[in-house]
Ligand binder design. Structure first.
Ligand code: KG4
Ligand code: ZN
Length: 348
């Protein structure tokens, strides 16, 4: 068992590994907040050829680069493996093949070096991305997590303690961005392309529906909106009418932002929240950030949102989440398995 570096001088360095989708990422984070390195190998170029993430190809790509990515993360952090106190790895939710690459690698690494292993929930990781750049941020706060696979409105009651107020009933916000982008010919990955195209479009050109789920105050639904966009495009085609795709992008984006903001602000008012955080890939959307900045300023609420590089998948958020689990004495055993549909708050 290697003990060098374990909690020396009150310092805990955690190596975080992320491979749940199409980014192989590793990072060293000190005491949960200080990011010493952040290495991300994106597979976007490969999956662009297919118009979306191909899970089997993603798994193989993770295997090809994971060793190099971890080495780079240690090098960039200017630490040796002896300075690492524990390894955090995303164990779910996500694509099971890609998850297994990270989990197997982390298990072997932890076993070989006698280091504690901590299985991390990816959604919790996204929330923790906010801790890295904001040393003063502490629970309780409310967080909206909007990514390619998830849309959750959560009360963060304490470190590792979450109350889910609302979630999507069908498509995730990012998934809707990706599908609509494909339909209007912008390609993959859809979110950043719609964001960019929207800047040249009119958000009021088409009034797309803003869905509210009856009875479920804070749940979300985006499949109706996606169908409305597809129907609009079809009817234009059938009538031989032209449409400006920047207008469709901007109008769709405005509808998504309205729904996310409306649910969030109703919850903020009901729970008397003073601190709100955004998280996940879609949280890098320019219109979303602006809408939340304005709404929070008007209500006197302190808003946190990670820099775009920490909104999308990264290893630093996993290391931060692992740190807080480790501090609470949570360590996984070496029979840790990947779980594609792991729920937020599910214990590991
Ligand atoms: O958090 P993330 O990197 O991976 C998941 O956990 O899913 O999020 C990826 C999602 C994709 O759907 C992508 O299109 C979306 O985040 N995204 C954006 C933007 N940047 C990434 N959506 C809207 N606007 C953006 N600027
Ligand atoms: Zn993610």
């Amino acid at each position: 068992m290697i003990t060098t570096g374990q909690g020396k001088n009150g310092i805990i360095n955690i190596l975080g590994i992320e491979s749940s989708c199409d980014e192989t990422a590793a990072s060293v984070v000190r005491n949960g907040r200080e990011m010493l390195s952040n290495v991300i190998a994106s597979q976007i170029d490969t999956h662009t050829l297919y118009g979306g993430v191909v899970p089997e190809i993603a798994s193989r790509k993770h295997i090809e680069v994971i060793v190099q990515v971890v080495r780079e993360a240690l090098k960039e952090a200017d630490v040796s493996i002896k300075d690492i106190d524990a390894i955090g790895v995303t164990m779910g939710p996500g694509l099971v093949g890609p998850l297994l690459v990270g989990v197997s690698y982390a298990k072997a690494y932890a076993y070989g070096l006698g280091l504690p292993l901590i299985g991390v929930n990816h959604i919790e990781g996204h929330i923790c991305a906010n801790y890295i750049e904001n040393k003063e941020l502490e629970p309780p706060f409310m967080c909206l997590i909007v990514s390619g696979g998830h849309t959750h409105l959560v009360n963060v009651k304490d470190y590792g303690e979450y109350e889910i107020l609302g979630r999507t009933m069908d498509d995730a916000a990012g998934e809707a961005f990706d599908k609509v982008a494909r339909a209007i010919g912008l390609g993959y990955p859809g979110g950043p392309k719609i964001d960019k195209a929207s800047k040249e479009g009119n958000p009021e050109a088409v009034m797309f529906p803003r869905s509210r789920i009856e009875g479920d105050e804070y749940d979300f639904s985006f499949s109706g909106l996606k169908s409305a966009v597809l129907n609009y495009l079809n009817s234009c085609d059938m009538k031989g009418e032209e449409y400006k795709r920047e207008d469709i992008a901007a109008s769709f984006q405005a509808a998504v932002v309205d729904v996310l903001l409306d649910n969030s602000m109703r919850a903020v008012e009901k729970y008397g929240v003073k601190t709100f955080a955004l998280a996940g890939g879609v949280a890098s959307n320019t219109a979303l950030r602006k809408a939340f900045e304005d709404a929070c300023r008007d209500r006197g609420i302190k808003l946190y949102r990670p820099s775009p590089v920490l909104c999308t998948d990264n290893g630093a958020m996993i290391a931060s989440a692992a740190y807080y689990a480790f501090s609470r004495g949570k360590v996984s055993s070496l029979d840790l398995n990947a779980k594609a549909n792991l729920r937020l708050g599910e214990t590991v």
